[in-house]
Design a protein around this ligand. Structure first.
Ligand code: CTP
Length: 405
């Protein structure tokens, strides 16, 4: 991903302290952050802190002689991919809605060529006031992206709408929106992710060590690429991507039902879940009690979710995953042929389950494509780019890509 260049505008509000963490998160993701602060913002957090965290001098003044032509209000945004105003106070939203330009940040916003995003932060009464709501509606109509606010405890002691989104959420929202190219724009994607849990009794069951991280990484990469994403996921503590529709299930049969209920409108089905192939033939309502005798648990096969979707008439383009412990190529090729799918992403489980990194090998009609070892998100981005190259053009093939026969 090319490094994003963000102009972070900060206005006066207690949430200005979150701007410090936001800057750290952006720079941690490789983004270049140029901070511009209003006078009111400087009352809440100092430019010194923001300069230290962004690694760049902070601009606060419309008449800043450091800019060679003294046109900071134009120059500072010209090399930027976006302006994000966070926190955006009620006063600043009102200025934006009316095109006022009486300080460096408001002038920059008016003179920009890049997208403008705002993260409102204010007391709930200020947020709910007809004037603010009118201004926000105007900003949306003008093509300005409004991120949040969230509801919750406020600095003033009240509770309600108006909290600025948390820095991690803002960082994710902004980077997903700025990601280019949007190779899945207009596509609907259904994914499965995580393990399944097959109950044996009230507390025990059959499951596996899948963390759900790879499935969620593929979902995020699809969101970045512009897709509308639904994820059917088993029990997991991994952080789900923002912006995806989540359907939480427990067992393989529940996952199968959720996939059947959601697959119809989708162009693309990516089965990342580590679905338990078998479940206990009998699931006991109450906890099984210990005895000194040996116990045999009979297992019965679960439905093959990917196999079912791949066999649908006019079904979506299907991508499978395979985690193998040996003979990666042999098992992966055989699995792709058996499931009748155009693309299979395979990896060796040693060193990847639960890890933040992966090393996928993609198998398709053209052969074998090894992806370089990288974070699961980077691997997911490469996978999504590969899928987009294989997806038939809808203009030629009708409303949905045809699956491989
Ligand atoms: N899969 C599925 N439903 C199942 C089992 C697997 O949808 N009941 C999907 C997985 O999500 C994955 C692919 O099928 O995309 C391959 O999963 P895997 O467990 O490796 O395949 P199996 O066919 O179960 O083969 P194996 O004998 O290796 O377990």
């Amino acid at each position: 991903m090319t490094a994003k260049r963000i102009l972070l505008g900060m206005t006066g509000g207690v949430a200005a302290y979150k701007g410090a963490e936001l800057t750290r998160l952006f720079t941690g993701e490789g983004a270049d952050v140029q901070v511009v602060m209003t006078q009111a913002a400087c009352a809440f957090i100092t430019p010194v802190t923001m300069q230290a965290l962004s690694g760049k001098p902070v601009h606060t003044d419309l008449w800043d002689a450091r800019i060679h032509n003294n046109m900071a209000h134009i120059e500072l945004s010209r090399d930027r991919d976006a302006i994000l105003v966070a926190p955006a106070s009620a006063d600043f939203l009102a200025k934006l809605a009316h095109g006022l330009a009486d300080d460096l940040l408001s002038t920059l916003c008016l003179a920009r060529e890049c997208p403008l995003l705002v993260a409102p932060a204010m007391n709930r009464q200020m947020w709910e006031s007809p004037a603010t709501q009118r201004n926000v509606a105007q900003l949306r109509a003008d093509g300005i992206i409004v991120l949040g606010p969230a509801s919750g405890d406020q600095a003033c002691g009240e509770v309600g709408m108006g909290r600025m989104l948390e820095p991690a959420d803002l960082c994710e929202d902004v980077l997903v929106r700025l990601h280019q190219p949007k190779v899945l724009a207009g596509r609907r994607v259904l994914l499965t992710a995580g393990p399944t849990f097959e109950a044996l009794d009230a507390v025990r069951g059959v499951t596996n060590r899948s963390s759900g991280k790879m499935g969620f990484a593929v979902a995020r990469a699809a969101l970045e690429a512009g897709a509308e994403v639904t994820v059917v996921h088993g029990p997991t503590t991994a952080a789900a991507p923002r912006g995806a529709r989540l359907v939480a299930v427990e067992s393989a049969r529940e996952m199968f039902e959720a996939v059947q209920a959601n697959v119809a409108p989708c162009d693309l089905f990516i089965a990342v879940a580590a679905v338990a192939d078998y479940r206990p033939a009998q699931s006991h309502e109450h906890k099984l009690k210990r005895s000194d005798r040996a116990m045999t648990i009979e297992l019965t096969p679960n439905p093959d979710i990917l196999g079912h979707v791949a066999a649908l008439k006019n079904g979506p383009f299907c991508v499978g995953f395979a985690a193998e412990s040996r003979d990666l190529d042999g098992y992966a090729q055989a699995k792709r042929a058996r499931k009748g799918i155009p693309l299979l992403a395979a990896n060796l489980v040693q060193g990847t389950i639960g890890s933040d990194e992966n090393e996928l090998v993609l198998f398709d009609d053209a052969g074998r494509h090894a992806l370089p070892r990288a974070s699961k998100l980077e691997q997911a981005r490469l996978l999504v780019a590969h899928i987009a190259r294989l997806l038939p053009d809808r203009a030629r093939s009708g409303t949905r890509p045809r699956r491989r026969r």
